[in-house]
Design a protein around this ligand. Sequence first.
Ligand code: HEC
Length: 423
Amino acid sequence: MKIFWLSLLLAKSLPSSAATYSRDVAPILDRHCVQCHRAGEVGPFPLDTYEAARKHARQIALAASTRFMPPFKPVPPSLTFHRERRMSSIEIRTLQAWASTGAPRGIKTSIPSRPAAPPPPPSETWRMLSPYDLPADGPDQYRCFVIPTQLKDARYIDAFEFLPGNRRVVHHALMFFDLSGAARKLDAESDGPGYPCFGTPGFLPTSSLGGWSPGNGLLQMPPGTAIKAPAGADLVFQIHYHFTGKPESDTSAVAVRYSEKPPQKKLLDIPLTSKAIDIPAGQSRYEVTDYFELPVDITLWQIIPHAHFIAREVRAWATPPGGLRKPLLTITDWDFNWQDIYQLKTPLHLKAGTLLEMQVRYDNSDANARNPNRPPQRVLWGPGTTDEMAGVHFNVTVDNEARDLEDLTHSLWGKMIRAIRQR
Ligand code: HEC
């Protein structure tokens, strides 16, 4: 009888009190957190030792249970993407149980395995010309740097990796090519290396080389496609910096891999965007939409959403002719700080006649903790910190280029002209 009661007691208490750092928690932190939460990385504190993890046990449990961490914004229903950062509910419950029982160490085991080192970046690099010095603190900065590529001939890039010089301060980065000289001019007019540039880089880029946020390594272009680096172009980094409480310095670079052959396929951008944004102060639910009907068969490779601070939800769908509306991307806690390129795990074929749709919802009330205006102000479309934007970009290839490429580019021009007329 005694044994019966004892085993019942044990069985009841096992799931919570049994969680220890050594056996249960360290492997979870290693798998989902340590890549960013260790010395020299972007996370605000390390989580790679027992002492560090114990100190933050409650914060860890809270960040995990609210799914604030690990940072990955798409939620179901969405397509499946490369590099998804998501914890299972069992893992989250384990972290909660561990924190609520005093964060025990458990029996000291061998040092847990650390994530394997990523493959080395390609050898061709373009680096910022001089280090950029940041003060100890202040509001986050968005700064653009101009790097002359000195390319005599156009080259094609089929993979690239942004290499943050100082991972403690580089929050995210976007890269553009500029042939107009406009970025150089902005740089010359501004003190110190680079120039301030929130939202847009301040010029109309010739093309884009994509973006980077922590956790992203080498970005591979869809097979057969490449990004053209035009002869004589400047590369422009648009970097979002945050502060550490100490003066810091950064010299970032990008490593690129040239493709041996010219691209066989063109990667096109279908931008679903809207400038019809005028959000009254205090309005908690404001919606912006756009759509495009595919004139030809395409393959969808990646989705890139973009909005600023008061956006809360971003959605995208595809409805095939005569079919059901299929959710592609759902973000219900939009965070300007975690802009990502969502590369589809399995490319998606979409037939001519498919309707692509996007919707962005904004909360311009006091209740939105990310609202930069206290009290709330009327918010219009624009590239500035306190303006808003609404965009979901679909990067696609045309299945039969010889027959259909022109049709698609024609329709995209038509869409753009309609948007200009409407304003
Ligand atoms: C891809 C990088 C990355 C990963 C992976 C990551 N973090 Fe973070 N974490 C950050 C950054 C950056 C911040 C600073 C806040 C921000 O920028 O959103 C942060 C902030 C935090 C905070 C502070 C939250 C607050 O109160 O401000 C906690 C706690 C935390 N992370 C825990 C975790 C845990 C636990 C995991 C794993 C389950 C994890 N993080 C995975 C980058 C990461």
